[in-house]
Structures are given as structure tokens and as C-alpha cells.
Design a protein around this ligand. Structure first.
Ligand SMILES: Nc1ncnc2c1ncn2[C@@H]1O[C@H](COP(=O)(O)OP(=O)(O)OP(=O)(O)O)[C@@H](O)[C@H]1O
Length: 581
């Protein structure tokens, strides 16, 4: 418990002093909470010994009132500090996590970690936020209160004090067992909550496929099974530690009986006065009840421990190094982009082997080849979605690892096949390409990307909020908005993954016009599927099995036998490259 409290204090960073302040007020409050018992005991003694005076009664009354008022004041500051520290430090942690996630390589997000991130951000962080301050301050209060009561009891009568301590010590060992059981189960509980988040995300993201393939019943059952499993895991968690809680309850029942019995025995044998015996009885009831609550609360602490583990697990992921200080020069004699002996593996298996090529300023390299050959991987290494293991990638003579990440991203625009629009206005979706762009520039970009007319036909025009993921627009429209975003960004290097899926003829032609606008005066790295695009490339790289199998212009490659000629001549009309020009 002490370990967890110090863990939370370390985790809370600059809010540590507030938390310590809350703990101090909680401590003062707990001392005052016990003071009425002490005063009652004092009054009883005075009455019993016939030493009570009017003045004494008045002072005791005033002392009780003052202690109750002070309790309220300390409680107020305790709550205030707890709440502000708890909510503020978790809000900061969430922002920190957001900033941290931006620095992780793309690979982290494709490894099925989305469910984990969602559940850490929502479930785990919310649990710590809602419980940590309250529980910790209460626990610290209880611990101090128990210590004070035990010291009082020892002072009154050593045997009564020692007897009470015996029961507290035995209960401590039972509690250790409870904590062990809860610790193990709390991990399962949080893991299951992550599984559930993943299932819900999977279900909602894939709802289109689920409906099309008539899998609603099957997938709903899978989801329901997950709900039931989550419920069972939570119940198991409760069941496993509730046994120990009951044992502690029985133990304290025995303890209360034993202390009361011993107090009476000592009184009968004139070792302690009747007042001391009554005082002990008051103390013992007050001693065991908070310990029971403390142990019950500690189960929450174990959940919090596992939440903190999971939060720290995400924070411990290796970030994409952003310690480069170089700036990409405006002009250079070197190639605009150069891959030098680049090899790369996603996990263990190397998927790119010794790739070398260069791309001249305003030139175009087309990556073509069979599926799984490594085209997308090559394209994703340039914006450092992943870092290369061996070899170098240079832009205008600068190694991209040594360039500031923000500067690198300023120089690259990307158009993917899968477009994502944020649940925001169309205007904001475009202007995020260059947040400081003027309204006129945003409109101009929309016109160049051939989306101005359909935007203006929408009831709210540029202020239309597109649905989550851009669901209220057609595929072609979403694609054009994403191109407008890139046009506005106006980065000198464009990575383009040409669409393989067909859209209607109108959209097709609009998208082509938009892409032509985007590519004007740019250096292009294109994962090409259209013969028209490929023919225009200054250099075609045929990528197969992670290597450059062939390279040259269209005419040069058509003169040689090889993969390229086979694809163009034999597979033009099949699902390989499109005939569309
Ligand atoms: N995120 C990933 N994690 C692990 N392996 C991956 C990942 N992405 C791709 N691969 C593997 O890397 C190899 C190259 O894939 P890549 O997507 O680069 O090929 P491609 O030529 O672009 O294929 P396609 O034309 O089908 O898009 C393949 O064996 C693929 O299975």
C-alpha cells in the first residue's frame, strides 16, 4: 500500500505537493475525528471521580464544537486539494499521452494496439482519476487514526493495547493474502476490459461488412460473449477477495469480544477503573470498523496498481527518435530523395533488401510490382512511419533521421487510398493541411481539388460537418477533400498511393484533375496502378520480394523480358495493373 501511494506520488509529477497537502489535511481530520471519543472518555472519568466542574463541562462542550468545525474545514481543504490534484494531473497525463502517441512509430498503431490505447485512455485513466485521490486520502486517514487509537489503548492499559494489536497484526496477514489475490485478478479484469474495447471497436468499424455478409447474429453473439466474460471476470475478482474480507470481519468480531471481555475482567479485578473499561469499549468499536473499510478499499488500490502498470506500459514504448537538428535546405545539388542501401524488417523478417534509388527534383518515380513486394513499405519509410534498420534515406542530401521530424513532415504530403476525414467541418478538414492559411487559400485549394462545387451544393457549404471518418460523403468526394488538404499544404514532395478501387467515371476524372493540380511542380513518389501514370514516370522501379527487380523508363523496360513486360502485356486486363490511362 505504501509502495502504491509513493508510486502515485511519483506519477503525479508537479501535483505531488497538492496530494501531500491533501494527505496532511486528511491526517489532521482523522485526529480530530477521534477527539470526541477522547473528550467523552475524559468527561466520564471526571463524572466517575466526581471531579467534574461547571467550567470543565463548558470547556469540553467548546472543545467538541471546535473539533467538529475544524473537521469540516480540514475536510473541505482535503477534498479541494484531492479533486484538483486528481483531475488536473490526469488531464495532464492524458495530454502527455496524446503528445507521446504522436511520437510513436506507425508500426505501434498497426499492431492491434488501438484497443489498448482506447482502454488506457478511457477505462484505466478514468479509474485512477476517479478513485486515486479519494481512496488514498481515506486510507492515509485510516492508517493514522488506527495508530492513534492503538497508542491511546496502550497508554491506558498495556494488556488491552497488546491484545488489540494482536488482532490487527493477524488481520494484516489475512489482508496480505487478499491483496495478492486481488492483484492477480485485477490484471485479468483490466485485460478483459481492453479485450472488450477491442471487440466493440472491431464491431463498430466493421459493421458494414458484418451487415453485407449477414454476420450480424454471429458477430453480435461474439460481442455478447465478451460482455458476459467481462462480467464474469469482474465477479471472479469480487468473489476471490470477498472470502478474505469475511475472514477479517470474523476476526474483528472475535477481537472486539476479546478486548471487551478483557476490559471487564481487568475491571472486576480492580486493575482498571470502570471508566477506563467503558473507554476501552468505546475505542475498540472505533478501532476495528475503519480497518475493515481500509482493507476493503485496498482492493481498489490493486486495480489502480494494474491501471498504472498499463498506463506506464504505453509510456514505455520506444518513441521515434526526434533528436535531429538539421533543416532541409531550400536548394541542393543532391537528389531530392535518395534511398541508399536501405533494408528493413517489420518484426524479425526482412521485407526490403538493399534498396537504392534516387529521385530528382520535380521528377517522378513509379513503384510497381506484385502485391506484397514492398512498394508501400518503401513509401512509408520516407515520412519515417518506421525507421530503416540499415542504409540511409536522404532528402536534399540530409539524412532524414538527422532532420527535425516537424521539418521533415513539412516537406512531404501523402495521398493514401484509404482516406480519413475528421468529424469536423469540411473547412477545418482542408485547412488542417496548413492551419494558418487564409480563407481564400482554403477555397482556392478546394477549387483546384475539384471539390468546390459539391461543397457549395451542401446546405452548410464549407461549414458542413462530415461524419466520423467522413461517412456522409462519397468515396470520391472524400478523396478530393483529402487532396485539397495536400494542395493547401503545398509540400515539395508528394507520396501518392494511386487508387485501385474503381469510382464512377465522373469522380474518376475529377480525382485525376485534382491529382494533376497537386502534382504540379512537385517531386513524386507514386505507388502506381495506371499505365498512364507509369508511362509518365522518369523512372519505374519494379519491386518484387523486397528488391528492385528492374528499373528504367517504360520504353526501356518494355524492350527487356521480365516482370514489367509480363505485367504490361499479359496482365493488363487482369487484377494486376489497370489499363486506365
Ligand atoms: N505493418 C506490417 N507489419 C508486418 N508486416 C508487414 C506490415 N505491412 C506489410 N508487411 C509485410 O511486408 C511485405 C511488403 O508489404 P507491402 O505492403 O510493402 O507490399 P506492397 O508491394 O505495397 O503490396 P500491395 O501492392 O498489396 O499493397 C509483405 O510481406 C507484407 O506482408
Amino acid at each position: 500500500m505504501i509502495r502504491l501511494i509513493s508510486r502515485i506520488l511519483n506519477f503525479s509529477g508537479k501535483y505531488k505537493t497538492r496530494i501531500i497537502g491533501a494527505l496532511a489535511f486528511s491526517f489532521l481530520k482523522s485526529i480530530l475525528m477521534k477527539s470526541p471519543i477522547g473528550l467523552a472518555f475524559f468527561a466520564l472519568s471526571a463524572f466517575y471521580n466526581k471531579t467534574a466542574t461547571d467550567e470543565m463541562c463548558l470547556y469540553i462542550g467548546i472543545a467538541i464544537i471546535v473539533s467538529l468545525i475544524l473537521q469540516v474545514i480540514f475536510q473541505h481543504f482535503d477534498n479541494k486539494l484531492q479533486a484538483s490534484a486528481g483531475f488536473m494531473f490526469m488531464a495532464e497525463k492524458r495530454m502527455e499521452l496524446g503528445a507521446f502517441l504522436r511520437k510513436l512509430p506507425m508500426g505501434y498503431f498497426t499492431k492491434g494496439n488501438i484497443g489498448k490505447i482506447s482502454s488506457v485512455l478511457s477505462t484505466d485513466m478514468a479509474f485512477v482519476e476517479e478513485n486515486c485521490m479519494m481512496v488514498i486520502a481515506d486510507l492515509v486517514g485510516y492508517i493514522f487514526a488506527e495508530a492513534i487509537l492503538l497508542i491511546f489503548m496502550l497508554m491506558f492499559n498495556i494488556w488491552l493495547g497488546l491484545l488489540a494489536i494482536c488482532f490487527v497484526v493477524i488481520s494484516f496477514f489475512i489482508w496480505k493474502k487478499l491483496e495478492k489475490a486481488a492483484l492477480k485478478d485485477s490484471h485479468n479484469r483490466q485485460e478483459q476490459s481492453e479485450n472488450l474495447t477491442e471487440s466493440v471497436l472491431d464491431f463498430t468499424e466493421g459493421i458494414g461488412i458484418i451487415k453485407t455478409y449477414n454476420l450480424l447474429g454471429e458477430k453480435s453473439k461474439e460481442l455478447s460473449d465478451d460482455f458476459i466474460k467481462t462480467c464474469k471476470t469482474a465477479l471472479e475478482f469480487e468473489d476471490n477477495y470477498v472470502v478474505y474480507q469475511r475472514l477479517i470481519g470474523i476476526l474483528f468480531g472475535l477481537g472486539t469480544g476479546a478486548v471487551v471481555g478483557l476490559a471487564m475482567f481487568l475491571n472486576f479485578n480492580s486493575v482498571i477503573t470502570a471508566t477506563a473499561a467503558v473507554g476501552m469499549m468505546l475505542f475498540v468499536f472505533d478501532l476495528f470498523a475503519p480497518i475493515k473499510t481500509l482493507y476493503a478499499q485496498s482492493a481498489r488500490l490493486t486495480i489502480m496498481d494494474s491501471c498504472l502498470n498499463r498506463i506506464e506500459e504505453v509510456f514505455s514504448e520506444a518513441m521515434l527518435a526526434d533528436n535531429g537538428t538539421d533543416i532541409i535546405p531550400d536548394a541542393s545539388r543532391s537528389a531530392e530523395v535518395e534511398f541508399k542501401n536501405v533494408s528493413f524488417a517489420y518484426d524479425e523478417k526482412e521485407v526490403l533488401h538493399n534498396i537504392s534509388f534516387d529521385l530528382k527534383r520535380n521528377g517522378m518515380v513509379a513503384l510497381v510490382g506484385p502485391s506484397g513486394g514492398g512498394k508501400s513499405t518503401i513509401a512509408s519509410l520516407l515520412p519515417r512511419f518506421w525507421d530503416v534498420e540499415s542504409g540511409q534515406i536522404m532528402i536534399r542530401g540530409k539524412d532524414i533521421k538527422k532532420v527535425k521530424l516537424a521539418d521533415l513532415m513539412d516537406h512531404i504530403s501523402m495521398v493514401f487510398q484509404r482516406v480519413y476525414l475528421f468529424q469536423d467541418t469540411i473547412y477545418n478538414n482542408i485547412s488542417m493541411g496548413r492551419p494558418n492559411a487564409t480563407e481564400q487559400e482554403v477555397i482556392e485549394a478546394a477549387k483546384k481539388a475539384r471539390c468546390y462545387d459539391f461543397i457549395m451544393a451542401l446546405p452548410e457549404g464549407f461549414n458542413t460537418v462530415v461524419g466520423e471518418g467522413g461517412e456522409t460523403l462519397s468515396g470520391g468526394e472524400k478523396q478530393r477533400i483529402s487532396i485539397a488538404r495536400c494542395i493547401l499544404k503545398d509540400a515539395p514532395i508528394v507520396i501518392l498511393d494511386e487508387a485501385t478501387a474503381s469510382v464512377d467515371a465522373d469522380n474518376e476524372s475529377y480525382i485525376q484533375q485534382a491529382i494533376s493540380e497537386l502534382c504540379k511542380g512537385k517531386t513524386l513518389l507514386v505507388i502506381a496502378h495506371r499505365l498512364g501514370t507509369i508511362r509518365n514516370a522518369d523512372k519505374i522501379l519494379v519491386i518484387a520480394e523486397g528488391k528492385i527487380a528492374q528499373q528504367g523508363t517504360h520504353d526501356e523496360l518494355m524492350e527487356k523480358d521480365g516482370i514489367y513486360k509480363d505485367f504490361v502485356t499479359v496482365r493488363q486486363s487482369s487484377k494486376g495493373w489497370s489499363r486506365r490511362a
